[in-house]
Design a protein around this ligand. Sequence first.
Ligand SMILES: [Zn+2]
Length: 280
Amino acid sequence: MSWFIRKEKGISTPTEMKREAPDGLWYQCSNCKKISATREHKLNAYTCIHCNYHEKIGSEAYFELLFDDNEFEELNSELTSGDPLKFTDTKPYPGRVQATMAKTGLKDAVRTSHGKMNGSPIVIAAMDFNFIGGSMGSVVGEKIARAITYSLEHKIPFLMISKSGGARMMEAGFSLMQMAKTSARLAQLLEAKIPYISMLTDPTTGGVTASYAMLGDFNISEPGALIGFAGPRVIRETIGKDLPKDFQSAEFVLEHGFLDFIVDRKDLKDKLTSLLTMLR
Ligand SMILES: [Zn+2]
């Protein structure tokens, strides 16, 4: 069967001649570069079947993973950003928000919903990194604060899934006020003895780490997630020393006492359920 055997050696195909598989059929892991079927990757909770790399996912995927039968009701879904500072960088802020909305189909960098997880009611807020770097502006803060209020009023646990570059530059001081507002609302939740679980996903940094993300009754994370406050370059320049290799990884942060545990995303729903059963 000569046409199965390559007789000539050194045949190479120029890049432009190579046919790519249609988008959406295959997933290439950004860590180990190996290929798996998109469907299989999704069934595996968007973790690599070869190396267990946890792909970054957004609110839509987390809601589907956690809410029973993907049934939930979104809270305050129509809130959108104003432009209190008339901010312009490379383009005016309102234009940037409009363009991001059109590109992502999202209204801002967090979605908050309530529904059932393994039969028990829960409120989940999940951030979307593809909306201006998951940055925390007034809308993010307000939606989280209102979701906490919903938890309080209905006496159901609150789960926050953070994924953020920190405060939103274009809202400057207004962004920073969200840290105080969400923290104060969480204190009320604590007073009412309603469980709050904070999950920090890849990446969680800046003002988000410095406020609601670190205030959980349990602070948990996914394997390999980047967690920090300031970036490594800033820290290196400030302390004038080199940093350890896995600095700011979830594993490093766990070892230094800032996390309670790291959970594999495939076990997330069941782990959360048994934790909340224990806290009830
Ligand atoms: Zn992989």
